[in-house]
Design a protein. Structure first.
Lengths: 250, 250
DNA sequence: TTGACCCTTATTGTATACGTTCTGAATACG
DNA sequence: CGTATTCAGAACGTATACAATAAGGGTCAA
């Protein structure tokens, strides 16, 4: 009876796997698929910061009821990817300047520290997997598929953290990388992507050679260069001060 | 297993704000109070690892429907305080040996690194607040109220991380401290509490003196001593190997 | 024409009802 | 007497219905 109303045209590009027309049951693990789907859309900037995520619309798109959508949205909110305003619903988080600074500070602290352990534990299979990821990332960059490149870059960093062997820290780094993607969407300069792909290649070689210390230093420079490429200014946030903008002499 | 009923009594000591007999509305922020209530019960070991948390029972205790309880349980699950088994419901998480190791490794990495920033940013008001917390902790220890002492110790470490000024890392440390309380419940030796209260006092004085480096070193020793006080053995986990236990010569 | 107030509507918050599945025991059969 | 099977009960997963609230538009008055 619900004549599917207008959903934001955010899902207009591709993204069809979840619109199964006749789903008898979404299944318990179906919720996880929906979570990944929305999460990926946010990380790839198909859903931009500030975009509203209405429960009815999402429930309609994914073919389940609002109950499951609310569960997914709550999880995304706890990971800081969406913001849940009490009576206003959910929207893609727009990271503040302080938040961006904190996230990159945390990444530098944790990711660099993890390089030593990663260099000790990395296997040849890991090296090959990382090289393949870096290859795909370069390919996406050459094809001007920045959205895919951003996602692959975040996945690369998260995978790197996993190799260190500490699940707790790896999970944390994964969340930080997801949030970094949001930060890139707000404060990044178009055209200039955060990660230089050669950086990732150099990182892989240093780890493969067992040079944990050098890898840590390189990671620090790598993350600092990403942060430096951002335009983290105190945007026209609250109270745009119209008097100053229009120079009225009322 | 006999603890399945213990949660009915868990809120008997004080903690009466949620058992309002005639609640017109629990309110949106009422859920947060319920979250804190359950979280505190877990951290204080009134709910022990492995204890089952049935939705109906919790809904009955707090006077709301299962919907709100499920939301709270999901949040607790994402923070690793409770484990959500697909068709079995929720139970207080029983940290594995690897998990315990990861959590303390993460705490050493992050908390030590935050000391430098904390020493720079700490104010006299912060110092006074921390001293008061340490005082209360000592008082609880003298009164043999280990449950309160454990909670206060976790709060102390979390507050310390907040002073560093990085909200993201402070939140992370807060979760690690909560999980540490669970680890203490499983692998800790009764009678010997994790944190020595004088350690906290020394930490405060080092920070008040602006000695970030020394505070970092001290924090490292402090956390290592806590970890060393645990009995992290590969418990009779899976497959208890009955043959070995009963020495049967079948 | 502008401003304020009210009403409609859309969207979230909460509860409840129903279906599914897992557990546990009782019974029947070997 | 032991084991397997089946039935009943309970607890979770999902959907739907209802209530409350805030936003937006329209109307009336100054």
């Amino acid at each position: 009876m619900s004549g599917s109303r207008q959903m934001a045209e955010s899902t207009s590009s591709g993204q069809q796997q979840a619109a199964t027309p006749g789903p008898k049951k979404a299944g318990g693990k179906g919720l996880d698929a929906i979570y990944r789907s929305i999460s990926e859309a946010i990380i790839e900037h198909r859903l931009k910061p500030g975009a509203r995520l209405r429960e009815d619309a999402l429930a309609d798109v994914f073919g389940i009821s609002r109950t499951g959508i609310r569960k997914v949205l709550q999880r995304l909110a706890l990971e800081q990817l969406v913001t849940l305003t009490p009576r206003r619903g959910a929207s893609v988080t727009r990271p503040s300047v302080d938040e961006a600074k904190d996230v990159f500070e945390a990444r530098q602290m944790v990711e660099c520290a993890l390089m030593e352990a990663a260099a000790k534990r990395i296997t040849t299979a890991d090296v090959e997997e990382l090289r393949e990821m870096a290859r795909e990332e370069r390919k996406a960059l050459r094809s001007r598929e920045q959205r895919v490149a951003i996602k692959l870059s975040a996945t690369f960093h998260a995978r790197l953290a996993e190799i260190s062997g500490n699940r707790t820290l790896a999970e944390f780094v994964g969340q930080l990388c997801s949030r970094s993607s949001l930060i890139l969407a707000v404060y990044g300069n178009p055209g200039h992507l955060g990660c230089e792909s050669h950086d990732h290649d150099n990182l892989i070689e240093l780890l493969a050679a067992g040079e944990g210390g050098k890898a840590s230093d390189f990671m620090e420079r790598h993350l600092k260069s990403i942060e430096a490429s951002l335009s983290i200014f105190d945007e026209p946030e609250e109270t745009p001060d119209l008097r100053d903008i229009f120079a009225f002499d009322a």
